[in-house]
Design a protein around this ligand. Structure first.
Ligand code: PGA
Length: 249
């Protein structure tokens, strides 16, 4: 596992953005897993700038979203599909037919999860962008999610519901109480994971994720078992790590 700590958010976003752009440029059919949330937004802005400056072509990129709210249409203003479209997809030349997402409004959610896992099996993810939730989740794999599980429906924990207020919901009562997510086994099949964390509020969680016991009680700790992980942190998120644990960039 490589752990890089950046002095500024901009340097961090540039590093991740350029790493992925290099991969896109070097590959015929790059398959990228995208995360919602506030952490990767600067990377998405970097992609948009690079596209506008004609430095990258996204037309051959295949995209998979990580998760979605259950009971929410993908066109709903607060859906994760809308968040990805508004923050990135509608501003670059990715093809609509190459964007894959879980449908939170599917009639049969079990079948929807199997369909999604099959799609990912047919298009293995090369690079998966990840963030860490305030309860240690990755995607919407809440504490207790099985490490060997595929995509599935979950009851959202209070911390996740609370965090959703940052994503534009006005009232806590409006936040869906269930999510549908790529499973941990699905995520672990990605060839490379890029785990991003920013800000002091993530510092203790980052230490638990990287140095604590690998346990289903703290789902993001599973990344310790992946053979190709890059962890990118700003200096605030790295506050609880020892200097010798990471490379300063
Ligand atoms: P955040 O969310 O990027 O908004 O902190 C991360 C997550 O919940 O996975």
């Amino acid at each position: 596992m490589k752990i890089y700590v950046f002095q500024t958010e901009k340097e961090l976003d540039t590093f991740v953005g350029q790493h992925i752009i290099d991969f896109i440029q070097e590959n015929e059919k790059p398959v990228i897993g995208f995360a919602t949330g506030s952490t990767p937004l600067g990377v998405y802005d970097y992609f948009i700038d690079a596209y506008q400056n004609k430095n990258v072509d996204f037309s051959k990129v295949v995209a998979f979203n990580l998760d979605e709210y259950v009971g929410v249409e993908k066109t709903h203003p607060r859906s994760f599909a809308t968040a990805m479209r508004d923050s990135l997809f509608k501003k670059i030349n990715i093809k609509d037919e190459n964007i894959h997402a879980l449908n939170g409004k599917a009639e049969d959610m079990k079948e929807e999860c199997c369909r999604y896992d099959r799609e990912i099996e047919d298009n293995p993810i090369d690079i998966q962008i990840l963030g860490i939730g305030m309860d240690g989740h990755i995607a919407y794999n809440e504490p207790g999610s099985p490490f060997d599980g595929g995509s599935h429906v979950v009851d959202l924990h209070q911390e996740s519901i609370q965090s959703s207020l940052d994503y534009g919901f006005d009232r806590i009562e409006d936040v869906p109480t269930q999510g549908v997510t790529q499973g941990i086994a699905t995520i672990m099949k990605a060839k490379q994971l890029i785990m991003m964390a920013k800000g002091e509020k993530k510092a203790k969680l980052v230490k638990r994720m990287l140095k604590g016991e690998v346990s289903e009680d703290f789902p993001s700790s599973i990344i310790q078992r992946h053979e190709n992980v890059i962890v990118v942190l700003d200096k605030e998120a790295a506050k609880c790590l020892k200097e010798e644990d990471y490379e300063r960039c």
